[in-house]
Design a protein around this ligand. Sequence first.
Ligand code: IDP
Length: 164
Amino acid sequence: RSSTGMTCAKALQLTLAVIKPDAVAHPLILEALHQKIVENFIIIRKKDLTWRRGDSERFYAEHAGRFFYQRLVEFMSSGPMRAYIIAREDAITHWRGMMGPTKVFRARYTSPDSLRGQYGLTDTRNTTHGSDSIESARREIAFFFPEFLADTWMKMEEPGFRLG
Ligand code: IDP
């Protein structure tokens, strides 16, 4: 039940979306990606930030040791990024679907209309990040927006929302 007393057919979901340094560096691409987000989601929070190398290493710790790890860590701390907390029904899956596959050649051929298919440069410089599960959305929103108290916010601001 929402604050207005109307029953929601399906609860809204929060996720983290990030526009990576390769796309932020190109104003027209940044604007195109931002418009896609505006058209598809409610924007709850938005911030521009630049990572230090240590932030990049911590965020991608699960990939430590993979052949692309150093490249990835360096790239993600190479310039400004834009992060969003966004909401809609099935936000996690919807944003991942809009992004397209991780690897750019696959994105180009199997999902040419996806964000990575259209704007991705390489397997590393692939325009966007999105959380891939409810659990990682929670963790990653807290990583990028430590001041955002998701549970409190949902209770106080939007009783119809839930994180998941
Ligand atoms: P995802 O971003 O689609 O969730 P992950 O497998 O979690 O993909 O990888 C995290 C990031 O690491 C990718 O978005 C990409 O920037 C980079 N990456 C993943 N696989 C490769 C690769 O094979 N070569 C180069 N970079 C890669």
